[in-house]
Design a protein around this ligand. Structure first.
Ligand code: LHQ
Length: 260
């Protein structure tokens, strides 16, 4: 399927999806969601992939839902587009058994902010901004905003971001724990490549299990979480990468992980 609103690239075990409507700050359209669905299916189907990178073309990362789409006109049921497009995308990124890096190259607003926050590692350019703009147009944070925000930054900051809808700088986002790190604009690409390369050479199965454990954590009490750790560790310990990791340590050499 040739894409018109995204770019899709695979190299060295790393898939990169670039939102590509730069003149509209990569706002989501129905067509973009269809293409993202297709790209995500391809990522899931390709066993050799070990990392997914999500980023945006031009000066923005993503300005959220394209408000000029016909579906946004007045009386339509916006929950349909959430259920069909945004919710599966958020869950698809979380459930992907490989690490997802979001390189936030510019403003991330509305659902654009929350899709970025659905990634496992969020790196932002210093000039990027995170905005829960929804209340400016009479909406509530969606695409997982009300789920992740209190968990990442606490209720006070979640409420401040959502009610005031002011931009949060990348530096603030890093110091609040909203994202992994903020880097100089000129360093974003190189740092994203460095982290993606590190993860693509790592113990992929363990990464998938780490995601599972950590995303389940906020729903579990200590007893259930400890039981889950034991169950997932059993799986991790059956991988070739576990054997390789231990051998490499004992032989005092760098590990060569196969991702299996
Ligand atoms: C846009 C957009 C945009 C269309 C910039 N749409 N054109 C999900 C599903 C169901 C229901 C509804 O909700 C959702 C989730 C959501 O995401 S709702 C929230 C939707 N997003 C927004 O409300 C953000 C709207 N955008 C902005 O507030 C600003 O553009 C920000 C603050 C992001 C950036 O401001 P600037 O850097 O000053 O850029 P700009 O406003 O000049 O935008 C550049 C162009 O992009 C401009 O087009 P033009 O043809 O005039 O050059 C904008 O109209 C267009 N654009 N966001 N969401």
């Amino acid at each position: 399927m040739p894409y018109e609103t995204i770019l899709f690239d695979i190299a060295d075990g790393i898939a990169t999806i670039t939102l590509n409507r730069p003149e509209k700050l990569n706002a989501f359209t129905e067509a973009m969601h269809q293409e993202l669905r297709d790209a995500m299916t391809r990522v899931r189907a390709k066993a050799s992939l070990r990392v997914l990178v999500l980023t945006g073309a031009g000066r923005g990362f993503c300005a959220g839902q394209d408000l000029s789409e016909p579906a946004m006109a007045g009386n339509s049921d916006v929950s349909t587009t959430l259920e069909r497009n945004y919710n599966p995308l958020v869950l698809g990124l979380r459930d992907l058994p490989i690490p997802v890096i979001c390189a936030v190259n510019g403003v991330a607003a509305g659902a654009g902010c929350n899709i970025a926050l659905a990634a496992d590692i969020v790196i932002a350019a210093r000039s990027a901004r995170f905005m829960q703009v929804f209340s400016r147009i009479g909406l509530i944070p969606d695409a997982g905003g009300t789920y992740v925000l209190p968990r990442l930054v606490g209720q006070a900051r979640a409420l401040g971001m959502s009610l005031l809808a002011e931009p949060v700088t990348a530096e603030q986002a890093e110091s609040w724990g909203l994202i992994w790190k903020c880097v100089d604009d000129a360093a974003l690409q190189a740092e994203t490549r460095r982290i993606a390369g590190q993860l693509a050479a790592g113990a992929t199965k363990a990464y998938g299990l780490i995601k599972k454990a950590l995303y389940a954590s906020s729903q579990n009490n200590a007893e259930r979480q400890l039981a889950l750790e034991a169950e997932l560790q059993r799986e991790a310990a059956r991988t070739a990468d576990f054997r390789e990791g231990v051998s490499a340590f004992l032989e005092k050499r760098p590990a060569r992980f196969s991702g299996r």
